[in-house]
Design a protein around this ligand. Structure first.
Ligand SMILES: [Zn+2]
Ligand SMILES: [Zn+2]
Ligand SMILES: [Zn+2]
Length: 352
């Protein structure tokens, strides 16, 4: 424990040193590759600490009530200091000239690994912090930023229950998150992905979209207005074909793939299931933060080995969802798929 703690503190000093050098332009300017390696050390350390935990931190994170209990699951390292160091680096990231993408990738991964170790106020800030990295990280990381938000950050932050039953700050920050992504990503598929994720997690996202329409920058408000009308349920399904419109928005939608290290589909199969057990997750995907997203084949395989584990369905992009009821003997072939989707969303709310 003593050596682990000493190594951790020493690496924190290097992060601080990177920040100082970048800020003051002191030679040698650290390269993104060096920084990425240091940040990866933290991701690996956090995952190995998490793997030793027998309780369910991903279950506990759902409510502020368990924060004390959850924080007591881990050895006494300075997680807040790591969070602060990463935040500082985001501020100076535009001064990194070589290996920026490598650093950005390591940074996003580390933030997601750090989630279960964070206390209330820092968790609250995670969605906006992650979203704001889109303003400084290169375009090739935009899809990854949206994926981290949708699959690792938002599901564990905006639905968290505050002790005093008020809406948490993470949930209140959603209009700012949407604004960031709509402003800096020029890919409409990212906008659709973010909104569809939010609709499943937060009631009344329409107010956040309206907020972007009202106060966003020109590109953000244009996209928000289009998508507001796009996702608004139609009263008459025959008026226009949603799919045709959606194709225009989302034809570059990149599927989120199976994260298992030894997936037989080698990272090409779309994830359809999620397992919230952090130990299963780290066992089968040694470098990914939990939860574990799996293709159907891997989920079945792991389920055979671990029959007591639960594998939950994940929402597929609306693009893949049928517009009308798929039952051939349906009494009403005109039933709108939006109604079906709404029913799914209502289920999600009632479950949580
Ligand atoms: Zn797989
Ligand atoms: Zn499914
Ligand atoms: Zn039907």
């Amino acid at each position: 424990m003593g050596t682990r703690s000493a190594a951790y503190t020493l690496k924190l000093t290097s992060l601080h040193d990177y920040y100082q050098r970048l800020l003051h332009g002191t030679q040698p300017i650290p390269s993104g590759f060096d920084m990425a390696n240091t940040v990866k050390y933290f991701s690996q350390t956090l995952l190995s600490l998490l793997k030793e935990v027998r309780e369910s931190p991903l279950e506990m994170i759902k409510s502020q009530t368990f924060d004390g209990e959850r924080m007591a699951l881990y050895p006494n390292l300075d997680y807040k200091q790591l969070y602060n160091a990463l935040t500082q680096l985001i501020d100076v990231v535009s001064l990194v000239h070589i290996g920026l993408a490598a650093f950005g990738q390591a940074l996003l991964q580390c933030l997601a690994c750090l989630m279960p170790f964070l206390e209330h106020d820092l968790l609250d800030n995670m969605p906006y912090l992650t979203a704001s990295s889109i303003s400084v990280l290169p375009v090739e990381l935009h899809q990854e930023i949206v994926n981290y938000l949708c699959f690792y950050i938002l599901p564990f932050t905006i639905t968290r229950k505050n002790i005093d039953e008020t809406e948490n700050y993470a949930s209140q920050s959603i209009s700012a998150v949407i604004m960031m992504v709509f402003q800096y990503s020029s890919n409409p598929a990212h906008h659709c992905q973010l909104l569809e994720c939010l609709m499943a997690l937060k009631p009344g996202v329409v107010k956040d979209i309206l907020c972007v329409v009202a106060y966003g920058t020109a590109p953000a408000r244009a996209s928000a207005a289009k998508l507001l009308f796009y996702y608004w349920p139609t009263f008459n399904q025959n008026l226009f074909d949603r799919r045709a419109v959606l194709m225009k928005f989302a034809n570059d939608l990149a599927p989120f793939v199976c994260q298992r290290d030894s997936c037989p589909n080698a990272g090409n199969a779309e994830a359809g299931k999620v397992c919230y057990d952090h130990r299963i997750s780290i066992t089968f995907a040694a470098e990914s933060p939990p939860p574990l997203y799996l293709c159907i084949e891997c989920a079945n395989e792991i389920h055979r080995e671990h029959p007591n584990q639960t594998f939950n369905d994940i929402l597929h992009p609306m693009q893949q969802v049928s517009m009308v009821c798929e039952n051939k003997e349906c009494f009403d072939a005109r039933i709108s798929f939006i109604e079906i989707v709404e029913t799914i969303y209502i289920d999600v709310f009632n479950d949580s």
